[in-house]
Design a protein around this ligand. Structure first.
Ligand SMILES: O=C(O)CCC(=O)C(=O)O
Ligand SMILES: [Fe+2]
Length: 312
């Protein structure tokens, strides 16, 4: 399917190129590949038909071979690749869950990579039962490479984007809350969940309104500055630049979506979030969004600690 992504919410004018009728950002279709849409000012790329329907069916079966649950309200996560090490605040070199062949054979070789260091080595496969979502958040800046990938399958869903503001910055400075989704594979204890990064444990800075079950009830706010991007089944979303560092993304918990003017019941959706773990000296961030940057928040908090060395 190559239909254009459906943008159903308005965005404020400003740095984003907007369009009528809904004032939402318009994509540019790659002249040499109609499956690829880009929003250059946001750093977003959407690749339609990234996997085939038969590959999708195999991936769904593989997920449920590990966890048969399909009902319920909770997002279910499975984790593959390198685990986080809370002692080093980086990736463990020993704690690793083998990555399934559907990822190594079908997904990784097709990723649009800017650089070799962007090759993801941490994978979160999630199942969203119908009606469930993920609260708005910014994926941790310092611990992962810039390129964040999300492959959707099973069904389509609108993802909500919103430029972060003071309220998001304030939330990121609150003490950590429960963060865990329902995880079932042997490797999916909360310490390996990418939503529970060391930075969050220490400083509650990993993600905004972290994607906890408790927070699932907290719907993504319906305001004029947010807008939705329909992620079709079998499409790959790449977030870089402003969409990676400055915008929150999330999925509203709701039973139906309005897609192209039609009310459509939510179906079960799967996604694979793919990230490249940063190690050693690579850990850090100098983005243009310090309000929601875990590296900056950590610096602030270190300076506030009694006995911390103060510069100047
Ligand atoms: O399900 C998705 O497409 C996105 C999930 C996400 O934002 C995350 O795991 O950080
Ligand atoms: Fe995310």
């Amino acid at each position: 399917m190559t239909s254009p992504a459906n943008l159903t919410r308005p965005t404020p004018s400003g740095t984003i190129n907007c369009c009528k009728p809904n004032n939402a950002p318009l994509p540019i279709t790659d002249p040499s590949n109609p499956n690829i849409q880009r929003w250059p000012s946001l750093g977003l790329t959407l690749v339609h038909n990234f996997i085939s329907p038969s590959e999708e069916a195999v991936m769904i079966s593989a997920f449920h071979a590990i966890d048969p649950r399909k009902e319920g309200k909770k997002r279910i996560s499975q984790h593959f690749g390198y685990h986080f090490d809370y002692t080093t605040f980086g990736a463990s070199t020993t704690h690793f869950t083998p990555v399934p062949s559907y990822i190594t054979d079908w997904v990784l070789p097709r990723l649009p990579l800017q650089a070799r260091k962007d090759v993801p080595d941490q994978f979160t496969v999630q199942y969203y039962p119908p009606g469930s979502g993920i609260p708005p958040h910014v994926d941790t800046h310092s611990m992962f490479g810039e390129a964040l990938y999300s492959l959707s399958f099973g069904s389509s869903v609108p993802m909500v984007f919103k430029m972060s503001g003071p309220n998001d910055a304030r939330k990121m400075r609150l003490p950590k809350r429960s963060l865990v989704s329902s995880s079932t594979n042997s490797t999916s204890d909360s310490s390996t969940h990418p939503e529970t990064l060391p930075s969050e444990q220490a400083a509650s800075t990993g993600q905004l309104s972290p994607p906890s079950q408790e927070a699932e009830t907290q719907s993504v706010s319906q305001d004029e500055e947010s807008w939705e991007l329909l992620l079709p089944a079998r499409s790959l979303l790449l977030m870089q630049g402003p969409s990676r560092y400055g915008y929150t993304h999330g999925i509203r918990s709701r039973k139906t979506d309005v897609i192209n003017g039609q009310t459509v019941p939510r179906e079960g959706r799967y996604s694979i979030t793919m990230r490249a773990v940063r190690r050693g000296d690579e850990i850090g961030c100098d983005c243009a969004y310090p309000g929601v940057c875990d590296a900056r928040i950590r610096e602030e908090q270190q300076q506030q600690e009694p006995g911390a060395e103060r510069q100047g």
